[in-house]
Design a protein around this ligand. Structure first.
Ligand SMILES: [Zn+2]
Length: 247
């Protein structure tokens, strides 16, 4: 039976720790391979799982470099090594401007599809819905659903506590939620989440499983896991490179 599989390509918040990578997730399902975020190091890790010509689409949550800068390497690979055009990239207008500032002319290698709050995209058999989060720049959380399998995953992207998974609708089987710091790092106006806040948010939204991600390098992962679980009311998992979650 087909399923939706999410492979973690990188899960460091803000900058990569030693031997690690920043945000990136490979979603396989609905007959397509979708890469969600492509931070530093994620492109290298992606190639342990699929070839670069086998990407059907890239979905970028926001213009902060730790979430997309490896698109530059992917564009170079498609253009010069693979001789390919028409890489489908879904991202905000701000992210498009940032990408164009680094890469130059995006066409014809990159086919940019602008995404916005409450927008929708269909990629193969996957339905993607977007919701603007509580972050410093235009940032979109993503719900990925496979109607054939009746399952849905959600990704918080980067957000402060002013957003919730409830914005992405009910019946989220698995949530990847940013948990940049521990509760002792919470402060007014900080637009990231602690593990405690991630757990509380996921519990309030009734998500089926919680995976903490976007952890700041050096953070005590065991403490994140226990803090998140205490707030969630059930065990949680902490993302690590190459972990695969099946729905
Ligand atoms: Zn950010």
């Amino acid at each position: 039976m087909p399923d939706l599989a999410i492979t973690v390509l990188g899960c460091c918040g803000s900058y990569p720790g030693p031997g690690q990578a920043c945000s990136g997730y490979l979603i396989r399902g609905g007959g397509v391979n979708v890469v969600m975020d492509l931070g530093p190091g994620a492109l290298a890790n992606l190639q342990r799982h699929i070839g670069l010509a086998d990407i059907d689409a890239v979905v970028l949550s926001h213009r902060h470099a730790d979430h997309w800068i490896d698109l530059t390497g992917l564009e170079t690979a498609w253009k010069y090594a693979l001789g390919l055009e028409g890489l489908n990239v879904y991202g905000t207008a701000e992210n498009r401007a940032a990408a164009a500032a680094v890469i130059g002319e995006l066409d014809p290698v990159i086919d940019w599809h602008e995404i916005t709050d409450a927008g929708h995209a269909r990629i193969g058999g996957l339905d993607l819905d977007f919701s603007a989060t509580d972050h410093y720049v235009d940032t979109l959380a993503v719900r990925v659903g496979s109607s054939a399998d009746g399952v849905a995953a959600a990704y918080s992207a980067d957000t402060g506590p002013g957003w919730s998974f409830t914005e992405l609708g009910p019946a989220i089987d698995l949530a990847l939620c940013e948990a940049t710091m521990l509760a002792d790092g919470e402060s007014e106006g900080l637009l990231h989440l602690s593990a405690r806040q991630a757990g509380a948010m996921a519990k309030a939204a009734g998500v089926g499983r919680l995976v903490l991600t976007h952890l700041q390098p050096g953070i005590d992962r065991t403490a994140s896991q226990s803090e998140g679980a205490a707030a969630y009311g059930s065990p949680v998992q902490v993302a690590h490179e190459h972990a695969v979650f099946h729905l």
